[in-house]
Design a protein around this ligand. Sequence first.
Ligand SMILES: [Zn+2]
Length: 367
Amino acid sequence: MNEWTSRFPDTIDSHVHMGDIEQEAELEQIRQAIGVDRIGLVAIQNPAAGSGLPQALYMKARQPRRYYVFAGLNHAAQLSAGQVQTAPLEQQVERFVDMGCDGIKMIEGKPTSRQRMDIPVDDPYFAAFWRTVEALDLPIVWHVNDPEEFWDPATTPVWALERNWGYGPEDVTKEQLYAEVDAVLQRHQDLRIVFAHFYFLSADLPRAQRFLDAHPRVAFDLTPGIEMLYNLSRDVEATRDFFLRYADRILFGTDIFSDLSVREGQYRAGIVYRWLESDDMFRVPAGADFLLGQPADGEIHGLALPDEVLTRIYRSNFTARAGDEPRPLNVDAAIEECRRLAEIAAGLSATPAGQTLAARVATSLAE
Ligand SMILES: [Zn+2]
């Protein structure tokens, strides 16, 4: 039962990470093993490595009908105090659209991201960016915050501590991060945002409900954070009512990385499938990937959602936001962007531009 499969053939996984392009075949193997039709790649940029966006564009080029790309911003100019130049954020967005990206990925609002760049999302630095995304009506997949346990060393899980995801008094607080998002949503009420990991409100369903009611155009994705499944298993009736009521506001996702083994990918997706489809009581299987913790950590109680709700969560809530088909890649614009990213990476590191992942992708796209 550990490799639980879904009976729905048209599922779109809205939240997947691609590593090096060498992992193309591996990611495709995982996709097939977990029975997913399409994938939304969330492409967080690593400016110094020239990676993040290029490999996602590469996957779109390789399989145009399967891969959506949500492009992350490049803050290299800000982070390097002007040592390298990057386009203003709003111009980056316009280029993403031009090259055929389907939306925006943000991680600004995760405390670790704030440690690297201490600029709140309601700062003037982001003002033109928000205006542009709102005007272009682009969907955003946004990781804001983290589970509240991460602010207390006594409750932070081992797997989180090992990633340096434990926070202290010197870090931004959970409430501060929510307040900054509220300020953005107040100013830009037409933004279409999918908050990743249930917006880390799974321990407080009434608050999640108030948030969705206050912001009709936002949604949540169901990517673990395994704590989400434990929290939402405590009162299955309340969770089920929530899912029925907000059936149009919830998206399936796994947070699978292309470097997982096929087995780990199956476990990760299987946990979410089984939670949504069955009424089983079960645990994370031994051998699941590190970030899911241990079987002993908790029990998950299946929601046995009706098919009519599952088909929305698995597919139509995604296509309603990101389009029925992935947008076509503009190969020339993608090559140009990859070359720019390679130059930025070379300016920030000892790696020659030509050896960056961005340059390798540019070469491959030009063939
Ligand atoms: Zn993710």
